[in-house]
Design a protein around this ligand. Structure first.
Ligand code: ZN
Length: 146
């Protein structure tokens, strides 16, 4: 199995069985995100304490890329500081737009490197991240990629 196929498998797995899926009771941040171009709709719930994301869930529906990205994002950012999360988002954005590994280590998020070949999918892959960022900033307006 090539690395590319392995990455594909991970994305399919997370899109079919998203981790940390469903409402999070006691969330002290939540935000809705929408990608009208594709129809992806997400809700991100966060329990943040002293700048650390202690727990995070999401719910919603969308294409395989948007759901898998939200699922892998929740796994990756749990237990991390808001500063670390901003760095991860920058690195992830670089990966899906440039198709190259950033300086910051992305771990499993590297599976989305192929997205760079499909610019229309970049918004699907980054929707959850934009939504998380807005949730942590306590933005009132729902996120839209348009
Ligand atoms: Zn999508």
């Amino acid at each position: 199995m090539s690395l590319r196929e392995l990455y594909q498998e991970i994305i399919i797995d997370h899109s079919k069985e998203p981790r940390n899926f469903g409402k999070l009771m006691n969330a002290n941040h939540h935000q809705a995100g929408h990608n009208p171009l594709c129809g992806d709709q997400l809700m991100v719930y966060v329990i943040e304490n002293n700048g650390i994301v202690q727990d995070i869930h999401f719910e919603g529906n969308g294409c395989a890329i948007s759901v898998a990205s939200a699922s892998l994002m929740t796994e990756t950012v749990k237990g991390k500081s808001i500063n670390d999360i901003h760095q991860l988002f920058e690195g992830f954005h670089y990966l899906v737009t440039q198709g190259q590994e950033p300086v910051v280590s992305l771990g499993k998020l590297a599976v989305f490197g192929g997205v760079a070949e499909f610019p229309v999918r970049v918004k699907c892959a980054t929707l959850a991240w934009h939504t998380l960022k807005a949730a942590l900033a306590n933005n009132v307006d729902p996120v839209t990629t348009e």
